[in-house]
Design a protein around this ligand. Structure first.
Ligand code: PLP
Length: 400
């Protein structure tokens, strides 16, 4: 028949994409929707990066590049890892990918065999479990509650590891909570990992620069250099430089794993866009002031919106360390009844109620593996955020 493969039937479309599509559909119907769904910076890519891309396009960046990425970009990534993370990687230990998303998927596809387990602390980025399922692996999600700062504890890690464990996936600062591991917390997790040499670690560092304490984000490999030969450090330019549309990410890791990725990507995705690679090189090598400026704006929004949210009866939210989301606890709304007599049972009900009755689009915590919460993106204007939160206040006030 014309049905998709089992690996497709096991997974679902990204819930944030679904939520954004639904908000757009309501907009087309003429509704005034405030969408607090998106997971991308609301800024344009800085001008010097766009100029470098235009220049490259006019000067020959129109062909396939080398499979692992241009020499210039891999050198820029190696220099960045040294400069910002105090990590040493040669250009032969780096591969450029079509965004961090494809980096993570390809790394799983290159290493996960049927039934291999991947430990994913929840709440997690929506794509992780489905990526594992698409690679015939078994996602092992571990609930990391608000009382533990939404972070994995060494005890939880120890308990989750089995002989089938292939990977631990760590995302810090995290989407959706903004939680960020300290060097000491990394060291404690590493103390567990050293007892289990068969477990590899993927660090998704995509939000490393978006943090609000002005300090550099610690890396697992700074706290535990002995894990280097079984760690893949994944990152990209999307969030740091407002370059989501350019699709450049990368993986740094031991040669054998990078070689496996090279083999897979050379037979599937092929090389990354040459123009985008030139743009990413300019981003990494050029003026970094955009990062400071954009993070200051995210912080201003976070600090403006948090007290308004926390003043709404039934909602509460801790200040995130980083990333550009608020992960809001809505336990106080569960069990309430809407004006038209519908009982709110889950965070999905909360989010549907906010959207259908008050025109605010959010993503339910269920999508991230922890309920009852919803994720609110602060990568949007302060006016939209203020309007959105005012609507949430009105919406909750009408619940009985
Ligand atoms: N990892 C996390 C945690 C993300 O939130 C995202 C984007 O939403 C990505 C990776 C993917 O980033 P990229 O645009 O580089 O594919």
């Amino acid at each position: 028949s014309y049905n998709p493969a089992g690996r497709i039937r096991r997974i679902k479309p990204s819930p944030s994409t679904v939520a954004a599509d639904r908000a757009n559909e309501l907009r087309r119907q003429g509704k005034q929707i405030v969408s607090l769904v998106v997971g991308e910076p609301d800024f344009d890519t800085p001008a010097h990066i766009r100029k470098a891309a235009a220049y490259a396009m006019d000067h020959g960046a129109t062909r396939y590049t080398s499979m692992r990425g241009t020499q210039e970009l891999r050198e820029a990534i190696a220099a960045k890892l040294k400069r910002e993370n105090a990590l040493s990687y040669g250009v032969d230990e780096i591969i450029v990918t079509n965004g961090a998303k494809s980096a993570i998927y390809s790394a799983l596809a290159a290493t996960v065999d049927v039934g291999d387990e991947v430990i994913i602390p929840a709440p997690y980025w929506v794509s992780y479990p489905d990526m594992v399922l698409a690679c015939d692996g078994t996602p092992v999600t571990i609930s990391c509650g608000e009382n533990h700062g939404f972070k994995l504890s060494p005890g939880q890690l120890e308990e989750a590891i089995t002989p089938k464990t292939r990977w631990l996936l760590i995302n810090s600062p995290s989407n959706p909570t903004g939680a960020s591991y300290t060097a000491a917390e990394y060291r404690a997790l590493a103390d567990v990992l050293v007892k289990h040499p068969h477990v590899m670690v993927m660090t998704d560092d995509i939000y490393e620069h978006i943090r609000f304490d002005g300090k550099p984000t610690p890396h697992l490999l700074n706290a535990a250099p002995e894990l280097r030969d079984r760690t893949l450090a994944i990152n990209g330019v999307s969030k740091t430089y407002a370059m989501t549309g350019w699709r450049i990410g990368w993986v740094a890791g031991p040669r054998t794993l990078i070689g496996a990725l090279d083999t897979l990507l050379s037979q599937s995705a092929g090389t990354c866009c040459a123009v985008s690679q030139a743009a990413a090189t300019a981003a990494l090598n050029g003026d970094q002031s955009f990062i400071v400026e954009s993070v200051a704006i995210y912080k201003q929004r976070r600090d403006a919106i948090l007290p308004l949210l926390n003043a709404i009866p039934g909602l509460s939210c801790q200040a995130p360390d980083g990333a550009f989301y608020l992960f809001v606890n809505c336990a106080g709304l569960i069990g309430k009844t809407t004006e038209d007599g519908k009982r709110i049972e889950t965070d999905n009900d909360v989010v549907l109620y906010f959207l259908d009755t008050f025109g605010v689009a959010l993503v339910a915590g269920a999508a991230y593996g922890l309920s009852p919460y919803f994720r609110l993106s602060i990568a949007t204007s302060l006016e939209a955020l203020t309007e959105g939160v005012e609507r949430l206040a009105r919406a909750t006030a009408t619940l009985r």
